[in-house]
Design a protein around this ligand. Structure first.
Ligand SMILES: Cc1cc2nc3c(=O)[nH]c(=O)nc-3n(C[C@H](O)[C@H](O)[C@H](O)COP(=O)(O)O)c2cc1C
Length: 167
């Protein structure tokens, strides 16, 4: 049985909440949900499937706790693993919506892992996003500030997709 781990960074708890929602849908145990603020990047090695989450801060920046973690993480050889990225942002930050999702996607793609979890961009209202490529989001983008009512449906759709992509 393949093992899935969730790694997140969250300043005010939104991305942590979404991490737990994803875990509930995919049957990931609490012990396999890791806050990157208190986790070594080497912990990624214990899993076949990785779900990485960051909110976006500043102007298109990673959540603070991610900086040290990703410097270690993207230096690992993660060939053979699958990685999906998610994050929380605010659509009214019109030019940087969920940029952290795009940044983590790009840096982790360099590890040789297979990147999965592209998400339909329908229903979003933003100008620019580093998470938007070729007509779709490169991962699950959540806006708890303006559209919390859409979160459960988005998480459910993404998780149903991941169940297939993680096989
Ligand atoms: C000062 C500040 C800057 C922010 N910058 C961005 C941004 O550039 N892009 C974006 O999509 N969201 C931005 N946000 C919104 C947060 O990403 C959003 O509130 C998110 O849900 C926070 O998640 P967290 O509690 O997991 O950290 C910003 C929020 C604040 C307060």
């Amino acid at each position: 049985m393949k093992k899935t781990g969730i790694f997140y960074g969250s300043a005010t708890g939104n991305t942590a909440d979404v991490a737990r929602m994803i875990a509930g849908r995919l049957g990931v145990a609490a012990a396999d949900i890791h806050d990157v603020a208190s986790t070594a990047p080497s912990a990624l090695g214990a899993y076949d499937n990785l779900i990485l989450g960051s909110s976006t801060w500043g102007s298109g920046d990673l959540e603070d706790d991610w900086y040290d973690f990703i410097d270690g993480a993207d230096a690992l050889d993660l060939k053979g693993k699958k990685i999906a990225v998610f994050g929380c942002g605010d659509e009214t930050m019109y030019d940087t919506f969920c940029d952290a999702v795009g940044q983590i996607y790009d840096r982790m793609a360099a590890t040789g892992a297979t990147m999965v979890g592209r998400f339909n961009a329908d229903g979003y209202d933003f100008g620019e996003s580093k998470a938007y490529r070729d007509g779709a989001m490169v991962g699950l983008t959540i806006d708890q500030d303006n559209h919390p009512e859409l979160t459960e449906r988005r998480v459910e759709a993404w998780c149903e997709q991941l169940k297939k992509e993680f096989e």
